[in-house]
Design a binder for this molecule. Sequence first.
Ligand code: ATP
Ligand code: MG
Length: 474
Amino acid sequence: MVALSLRPFPIYSKQAEFLQTDAWLTGFCGGRGTGKTYIGSYDIQMTAKRDEPWMCVSPDAGVVTETTLPTFIEVADTCGTLVRVVKSPYPRVYWRTRDRGIASIVFRSGEVPGKLRGPSKAGLWIDEASVVSREAFDIAIATLRYKGRMGPCKLTFTPRGRLHWTFEEFYEPVPDAPVIGNDGCTSDGLIYIQGRAYRAKADSHLVRAHTLDNPFLPDRFYELLRARYSTVLAEQELAGEFVDIAGLMFRREWFLSVDSAPRDARRVRYWDRASTPGSGKYSAGVLLAMDSRGLIYIEDVVRGQWSYHDRNRIMEQTAERDRRKYGGEVVVYTEQEGGSAGKEVSQQIVSLLAGHPIFVDIVGGKQSRKVDGQELPGDAKVIRAMPFEAQAEAGNVRIVRGPWNADYLDELTAFPEYTYSDQVDATSGAFNKLAKGRVYDGDTAATKQTVQPSSERFGVNFALERIRHRRANR
Ligand SMILES: Nc1ncnc2c1ncn2[C@@H]1O[C@H](COP(=O)(O)OP(=O)(O)OP(=O)(O)O)[C@@H](O)[C@H]1O
Ligand SMILES: [Mg+2]
């Protein structure tokens, strides 16, 4: 048989290692932009055989349509093997296999694991596996029974610590292993992570990559991202290390996606404004809705690095758009940090939005902390986020599908170890107003709404300790 002639597809060493592994479970675990989705796509296109049906699971429909599916199509197109793309009922791509046949892959969201049950599959790929639930993984691998054979399973992901199922699927602890000083691999196949020894599980192979390993990234990609993460978060998000970060507050899986929020709900659009417009900081306006049962919907996010003038224009346009949609029921809040300059700007915004129900929320406390020379969200922001976090953890929060979802959830799940927190702050602000249950009564543009001041008792550590304690007692 004449092999299919493919256009050249460049890969780097770690990607080559992933392609060469033939264990049943193979993984590519790396920092952001390490080429996980690229190599997952390419690997499947090279592995699948004539007529085989494959399945790809991504965390939600947004990741399917914005990331995994387009990357898969791009890779097939680059290789010159793309045959056709079908959009419904689920996106499906057909491409020419190396044995000169045609294979297909269906793209599914892992949000509702039970829906993944279905016809037999010849192989499975889970992209962003560390954001997909173990239940979805368990149900998806049960479809691997095409023609009576258990086909391969491939996971591409950024690590989420040693307690996450993605770690447990690849490594088992070796309790009686000798203690060594440094993390890394030993000649007898032991892997040391944070001082503990592990061994790769049978029939599995995990390739690990650092963002800097990927030669295809633009020059400043790493630098730009590194400047935004704390040291510990950079270990996970860029170095691709399994670190156990206790301080992070939000988990992605708490936010179930929905198509829309109910019309009958109370609504607040809360603006967290960059203190110095044009400084590269973000302003964000988050629209939150709360229905009569107390379910909270993150309905819309408007966000940008704007000049003073543009920001005001966008705030005005957004208020107008909300009014047209909800007939003037959306209450607008704008955050004001202490100091007279802040007050002046807030008053200007109140005048600007005079035709709308606009209020000022005065916040106090420590807005930022410096760690390793880096500016991260301070105590006051962590404390303000706690009531919303409790609701999210209790499963009372939904996120309305939109192109802003990925950035929003990235910021939330990195909080408070990530420089930016404008979307988190705006969400906490909106939630705290809705939760008071009286967004209309008595608040005036001049009313003070001071949050808990920062003190020893209310430090970041205190807040995080409480969160840990609550989780441990579940
Ligand atoms: N083999 C490759 N050939 C050419 N370009 C590549 C290759 N692998 C990765 N890239 C480039 O690197 C970029 C990042 O790749 P990809 O999106 O697959 O990374 P990722 O690890 O999935 O990122 P994220 O963490 O955002 O999910 C791509 O936009 C692509 O331009
Ligand atoms: Mg990816």
